[in-house]
Design a protein around this ligand. Structure first.
Ligand code: ZN
Length: 311
């Protein structure tokens, strides 16, 4: 069988205060914290993973919250928008919820025949809640305030902003197997048929726009999904053949990874479905304990006492 990229795996962004980030995503947006761990390179910083009940690839948004970090700037060489899929007739609920919680949002609008609502998280990270043309059948995580009939289903798309379409488009089509679906002005919509959801990447070609600055409120990288580490390594060969520099396989505890910078400047990762988030906690307990990689386990007491408090 041909190796496939199965849409998006996760998106990783940078935030300011940990507690503010935790409160916004779990309470206001109603996501589940599926893993609470630390930055493997900087264990006094959290690494939060938000998603659905089990952290299904295509629903996972992760953050490195750095207290006091400056604000980034949206621009080229970046993922500039993250799209979540939401059910039909849910946008009024979200409009009211954003109003009540002092969240910056825009009036609803439409692109590619789909209604959407733009909002910013507390650090200025830009999102869209999108009602997809085809009903999204994924089972959402529910909270007492965000019920299934309005809850986010996981990612719909990401938007990459670049000065020049073609080099980024080539990676998507020639290596990842995406196809150009639609174009509107300078927005090019690419899709893979290897996944029913989280299957879209929009590339916005903005020739005169300045380079973005990655800091608080910006996306650090976007990860694409592959089935397992064998497929991962075959993609590695393909990417090397095309002349891109790529890392060796990295063990991220919950998945295996490779990173390379696509020619448009965005850091791409490929990440596997295996082994998944239930490797060190039961599904019921996901996100409840502080999970440390083996090399930091002996420093647990020191690390947990220095991490910001969340309640
Ligand atoms: Zn990642």
């Amino acid at each position: 069988m041909e190796d496939k990229i199965l849409g998006l795996h996760h998106i990783t962004a940078i935030a300011g205060g940990a507690k503010r980030n935790f409160d916004f995503y779990t309470r206001v947006l109603g996501l589940r914290l599926v893993k609470k761990t630390v930055n493997f390179d900087d264990p006094y910083t959290y690494h939060f993973y938000y998603g659905d009940k089990v952290g299904t690839p295509g629903t996972i948004l992760t953050f490195f919250p750095w207290e006091g970090i400056g604000t980034g700037r949206r621009g080229t060489r970046q993922v500039t928008e993250i799209g979540y899929s939401v059910p039909e007739n849910s946008l009024d609920f979200w409009l009211k919820r954003f109003e009540q919680n002092n969240i910056t949002y825009n009036k609803t609008s439409e692109k590619f025949g789909e209604q959407y609502l733009t909002f910013l998280d507390p650090d200025g990270l830009k999102f869209e809640l999108i009602v997809p043309k085809n009903t999204d059948s994924r089972t959402p995580w529910e909270t007492d305030q965000v019920a299934a009939d309005v809850a986010t289903r996981g990612f719909h798309n990401v938007t990459i902003t670049t000065n020049k379409l073609q080099p980024t488009a080539d990676v998507l089509t020639e290596i990842f197997g995406y196809k150009l679906l639609e174009q509107h002005v300078n927005r090019y919509r690419f899709i893979t048929d290897a996944s029913e959801n989280a299957a879209i990447v929009d590339v916005v070609e903005a020739q005169g726009e300045g380079i973005g600055h990655v800091a608080g409120g910006s996306v650090h990288h976007v990860a694409f999904r592959v089935k397992d580490d064998q497929v991962l390594m075959r993609f590695r060969d393909k990417i090397v053949e095309k002349g891109h520099h790529i890392t060796e396989k990295i063990d991220r505890n919950y998945f295996y990874s490779l990173y390379f910078r696509e020619p448009g400047g965005v850091l791409f990762e490929l990440a596997t479905d295996n082994p998944g988030f239930a490797i060190d906690e039961s599904v019921e307990e996901l996100g409840s304990g502080l999970k440390l990689p083996a090399q930091y386990e002996t420093r647990r007491e020191d690390i947990s006492s220095k991490l910001p408090k969340l309640d």
